[in-house]
Write a new protein. Structure first.
Length: 358
């Protein structure tokens, strides 16, 4: 049986997850294992210039924006209860495994013990919000996801089945949060939280445009549909505005912030759009994309232990490309196991509990 256009579209998004994860691995390995290499420095220079990690992360945010709000359907309170249960069991069990292994790996490499407050904040996925350091730096992206889930749930409580209105409200509030600098001065990526949430809500609006016939308000007439498309185009323009300004700055004078963040945000959104409109992607790549949450959580642990192994065994330096491939193969292999034995059972348990409580 051939796949439907809709299912092919989601297979493309799974493939995008796999590519995004590979870019994140490339970025982190090229930074962390450079000192253990004797060649391949071009991989680090290329990743740093375009900020491969940021490209992958922004692509993930676009996917979440496109997918997550549509998981809320039906009576509001029952839908929110099911949403909370499913998201909890989707996010936390494998995350806690990564936190425990991360703590052990950090102790193994540095000998440092973490205070209980840091462990608890990381365990709750709220370290940035309470001023605690991350056990692994990549955890900041999960906190953005958590903020998006909370915002999406609150908007569903207010707007219910009116998804596009919800996306407009979410985008407007997020964009205002960013443009008014309401989080200026806070640590980490919190100052740009509003911008990242605006990208995600633009992804939500894109889903509404893609399924415009299902919109109870904006599908009433051709004029309403045209208005929805104009509003979506405005969202795209507003999230692209920093990109446009960055390009102008790059032509007039060197702008390291553009090179560090502008390319990452630009190409992350562009890559999402490209994969979304691809008619077909390789099946093996789509299958690899299903375990990318585990890949994302575990890859830093893998390359940290590889670096320690190289150092303790006094192995000769090797090319950076080989470190990237070794980390990628090891992480995806390990993730396939954790997806099968931890993630999938947790997801099934969450669905059973959500059904029972529904």
């Amino acid at each position: 049986m051939s796949a439907t256009p809709s299912s092919q579209r989601f297979q493309s998004l799974d493939a995008l997850r796999a590519v995004a994860c590979f870019l994140v691995i490339w970025q982190h390995v090229s930074e962390s294992l450079l000192r253990h290499s004797n060649g391949g420095q071009w991989t680090s220079e290329l990743a740093n210039y375009f900020d491969f990690g940021r490209i992958g992360v922004v692509a993930f945010f676009c996917i979440s924006g496109f997918v997550i709000p549509r998981t809320l359907e039906g009576p509001r309170l029952a839908a929110l209860r099911s949403f909370a249960i499913n998201r909890f069991f989707r996010l936390y069990p494998i995350y806690w495994v990564a936190v425990v292994i991360g703590i052990y790996s950090l102790w193994l490499v540095t000998g440092h013990k973490l205070p209980a407050s840091t462990i608890l904040a990381n365990g709750g996925m709220i370290a940035t919000f309470v001023g605690e350091p991350h056990i692994m730096g990549l955890f900041w992206t999960l906190e953005v996801e958590l903020a998006f889930y909370l915002a999406t749930a609150l908007l569903y409580l207010g707007f219910g089945k009116y998804k596009f209105l919800s996306a407009i409200a979410g985008f407007s509030l997020s964009y205002a949060l960013w443009k008014l600098d309401l989080l200026k001065g806070y640590q980490g990526n919190l100052p740009i939280l509003g911008y990242l949430l605006a990208i995600m809500f633009a992804g939500s609006a894109m889903r509404c445009i893609y399924e415009l016939k299902q919109e109870p308000l904006f599908s009433r007439s051709e004029n309403w549909k045209k208005a929805a498309r104009i509003l979506f185009a405005l969202m795209v323009y507003l999230v692209a505005q920093p990109v446009i300004e960055g390009v102008e700055k790059s032509f007039s004078y060197p702008d390291p912030m553009w090179n560090r963040y502008g390319w990452g945000h630009t190409l992350g959104m562009a890559m999402f759009a490209l994969f979304f409109f691809l008619p077909r992607t390789p099946r093996w790549l789509s299958l690899a994309g299903r375990s990318t949450y585990s890949v994302y959580l575990l890859h830093a642990i893998v390359f940290t232990l590889i670096a320690r192994f190289w150092q303790t065994q006094e192995l000769p330096k090797t090319r950076l490309e080989l470190f990237i491939l070794l980390t990628t193969a090891t992480t995806f292999g390990l993730a396939a196991l954790t997806y099968r034995y931890i993630e999938k059972p947790s997801i099934r348990l969450g669905k059973r509990m959500a059904t029972k409580n529904g």
